[in-house]
Design a protein around this ligand. Structure first.
Ligand code: HEM
Length: 407
């Protein structure tokens, strides 16, 4: 519950996964931005935390790594108390200087020339995905599109095609475990822990193979870094876990969210079809609209005053980028889906030193996906109500049953 009297009336707990599948969540964030830009959230399920919801504050907190650290973990969930396996070891759960060293190891693999070189491969995968969806006529697009991000990240990590379904299943269990549909007859935490353990074990096998047959992939590069004492073996496995999970459990939701947005906004779909030059801005608008990563979390390293509140050292602060993306101080029509929106300074990829490492890869996948979708699909119908993922972390769909009509 939020401890402010007026917010008690709203009766909300931002850590509650159910809140985020309810329509009122946008109204809650609007109220917070307007009246309570920094607010303490006393949660039923986990320790309390501060929330920031305005665009400028979200940027400020993410950029100030001297005051707000990432070492403990970077999202809500029980690992805040019980401990995160990657704390202090995994790129997203480190602070400079270790963070800078880890990022420097891989950043060239995600740089513009390397990602641009993947474009023909990504187009081939998108073609295959759309061939399948159009051949089936009716499909659950969430399942069909899963192949795109896993194929893209696997090209960089050197994961063979026969293992893509396993990778998708494991990352979905790890990231979606707040939702009972993805819990394997146990709790969210145990489901996620098992999935992470399997990803780490998978990587151990991959490392063994790659030691005998090094390639041009990221895993071979990390093995060399291990040999040069720049990484422990555990850190190699954790890197793999992070890259596979971050790549799969975000872009997939952006792509399905794009289809849903176009179905719900037929004028915007026509506008985009008539002017494909709008695809790059449409990609940015989809990212803003869907905001696949709802929040990131930091822990205060020292006392900091923010608006009229004092955040004490050791307290957690949740940065709701999903709310920043609808901040009326920055976006003139925040609740309008506008494929031509310019400028569009959304925070879907975060901000500051931890800004998404894979943003160019995700943008490439989404651009090619939209280009091919517009070329090959003239209409789409929703065949069932959309099923949203119950999660305070990820904004996405579990199912999107659609009938696609070919051009
Ligand atoms: C639409 C797709 C994506 C979204 C919305 C997204 C979102 C984000 C956000 C918000 C962060 C910041 C985390 C923080 O500040 O704690 C982040 C970091 C990260 N993302 Fe993405 N991401 C996407 C795609 C990808 C892809 C395709 C990869 C594949 C490599 C990737 C890899 C990473 C990594 C490794 C980090 C950690 C960076 C660091 O801590 O320095 N992401 N992402």
């Amino acid at each position: 519950m939020l401890n402010d009297a007026s917010l008690d009336l709203l009766n909300v707990d931002l850590a509650d996964p159910t809140l985020h599948v309810e329509d009122r969540v946008n109204e809650v964030f609007r109220t917070l931005r307007a009246h309570h830009p920094v607010v303490w959230n006393e949660s039923r399920n986990e320790p309390g935390f501060w929330s920031v919801t305005r665009h400028a504050d979200c940027i400020r907190v993410q950029k100030d790594f001297h005051s707000f650290g990432s070492v403990q973990t970077n999202v809500l969930g029980p690992h805040r108390v019980l401990g995160d396996l990657g704390a202090g070891k995994m790129l997203n759960a480190t602070d400079p200087p270790r963070h800078t060293e880890l990022r420097a190891l891989v950043k060239n693999c995600f740089a513009p020339p390397q990602i641009a070189a993947l474009a023909p491969y990504v187009r081939g995968v998108v073609t295959e995905v759309l061939d399948l969806a159009l051949a089936e006529g009716e499909c659950d697009f969430v399942g069909v599109i899963a192949m795109l991000p896993v194929a893209a990240i696997s090209a960089l990590l050197g994961v063979p095609r026969q293992d893509w379904p396993l990778m998708s299943r494991l990352t979905t269990s790890a990231a979606g475990s707040f939702d009972v549909e993805y819990q394997d007859n146990t709790t969210a935490r145990i489901t996620a822990a098992r999935a992470h353990a399997q990803l780490l074990l998978y990587c151990r096998q991959l490392v063994e193979q790659r030691r005998h047959q090094p390639g041009q992939d990221v895993i071979s590069l990390l093995i060399s870094a291990h040999a040069a004492n720049m990484l422990t073996e555990e850190e190699v496995f954790l890197f793999f876990d992070l890259l596979m999970l971050s790549a799969n459990e975000t872009t997939r939701h952006a792509a399905t969210g794009a289809i849903l947005a176009l179905i719900c906004h037929p004028k915007e779909w026509r506008r985009l079809r008539d002017d494909p030059d709008l695809v790059p801005s449409a990609v940015q608008e989809v990212l803003r609209w869907v905001s696949p990563s709802r929040h990131v979390l930091r822990r205060a390293k020292r006392e900091v005053a923010l608006h009229d509140r004092t955040i004490r050292a050791g307290e957690d602060i949740v940065i709701w980028n999903v709310s920043a993306n609808r901040d009326e101080r920055v976006f003139s029509t925040p609740d309008v889906f506008d494929v031509g929106r310019q400028p569009n300074p959304h925070l879907s990829f975060g901000s500051g030193s931890h800004v998404c490492l894979g943003s160019l890869l995700a943008t490439l996948e989404l651009r090619v996906f939209l280009e091919e979708f517009l070329r090959r699909v003239v209409a789409a119908e929703l065949l069932a109500p959309v099923a949203r993922l119950r999660s305070p972390i990820i904004s996405g769909l579990k199912h999107l049953h659609v009938r696609l009509h070919p051009a």
